[in-house]
Design a protein around this ligand. Structure first.
Ligand SMILES: NC(=O)c1ccc[n+]([C@@H]2O[C@H](COP(=O)([O-])OP(=O)(O)OC[C@H]3O[C@@H](n4cnc5c(N)ncnc54)[C@H](OP(=O)(O)O)[C@@H]3O)[C@@H](O)[C@H]2O)c1
Length: 253
């Protein structure tokens, strides 16, 4: 199947490692030009070099903290300039609040929600000009089940789903789709679950056993779902919440 991604222009907020970088690689290998940001300049540089080794399309990277509103908007404008447009906007970064304290709630609100809002508002003129515009948020199954701690992480991802629906309903007339892809537990080298496997092997095994397929997902498997949902081939997926958890959350919907 042709995903229709060749020549498309994709921006990834939080794309220097993990699911964001796997998605960038997947999209680049399908012929997209890529703009990505992350806080650590070294990580951005390495990701840009890695992507340039798999694509001859434009790759643009910038060190940006998505807590910073003006810097987020400037990044999106600069990225649109570098790519000469925007077709796919993917918001992947998270504040990853585990504490549930004031600072964690503020970080979730700024990174998971407001960075997305600011990026969308800035990107709108370019998305409207695209004939295959999509906005994809990377959520979490923590938006629909209690995963063992009281924090802003799940609530922020749930708010993201309501916001994506608002975008889909209000921007459909402009040909812009909006969706949320929610991974369950995902293992990749150096990722959070890799650290859990190292530090708490018994707990990691229990999580594996609770997943019907008997293992955690991989970043590559999540990147494929994101690429399809965001691609022109996924045109009829709109205002949707897509679980990519291997059946980890044992619920009907
Ligand atoms: N991994 C899982 O099991 C899992 C499960 C469910 C949902 N998810 C969701 O999937 C997404 C990606 O998760 P991941 O595990 O791949 O994360 P990760 O490995 O920690 O990567 C996060 C990426 O976002 C960047 N980033 C983080 N905070 C940022 C900020 N304030 N400003 C700019 N960039 C920022 C990071 O680079 P810097 O650190 O350099 O900024 C990095 O490039 C998240 O939304 C997460 O909630 C993950």
């Amino acid at each position: 199947m042709d995903l229709g991604l060749a020549g498309r222009k994709a921006i990834i907020l939080g794309g220097s490692r993990g699911i964001g970088l796997y998605t960038a690689r997947m999209l680049a290998s399908e012929g997209c030009s890529i703009a990505l940001c992350a806080r650590q300049a070294e990580g951005v540089q390495q990701a840009v070099e890695q992507l340039r080794s798999v694509t001859s399309q434009t790759v643009f990277g910038s060190a940006v903290d998505l807590m910073d509103g003006p810097a987020t908007c400037s990044f999106v404008s600069e990225a649109a300039g570098a790519l000469d447009g925007i077709d796919l906007l993917i918001h992947n970064a998270s504040g990853f609040d585990a504490s549930g304290d004031e600072e964690g709630w503020a970080r979730s609100f700024q990174v998971d929600m407001m960075a997305g809002v600011r990026a969308v508002e800035t990107a709108l003129p370019w998305l409207r000009a695209s004939d295959a515009a999509s906005i994809t948020f990377i959520g979490s199954m923590a938006s629909k089940f209690y995963f063992g701690r009281r924090s802003s992480y799940g609530p922020a991802k749930a708010a993201m789903r309501a916001y994506a629906n608002e975008l889909a309903q209000s921007l459909g007339k402009d040909g812009i789709r909006a969706n949320v892809v929610s991974p369950g537990a995902v293992h990749f080298p150096g990722g959070s679950w890799d650290k859990v496997r190292e530090a708490q092997p018994d707990f990691y095994r229990k999580v594996e056993q609770r997943i019907p397929l008997g293992r955690l997902g991989t970043a590559d498997e999540i990147a494929r779902v994101i690429a399809f949902v965001a691609s022109p081939a996924g045109i009829w997926i709109n205002a949707a919440h897509i679980a990519a958890d291997g059946g980890q959350v044992a619920a009907v919907d």
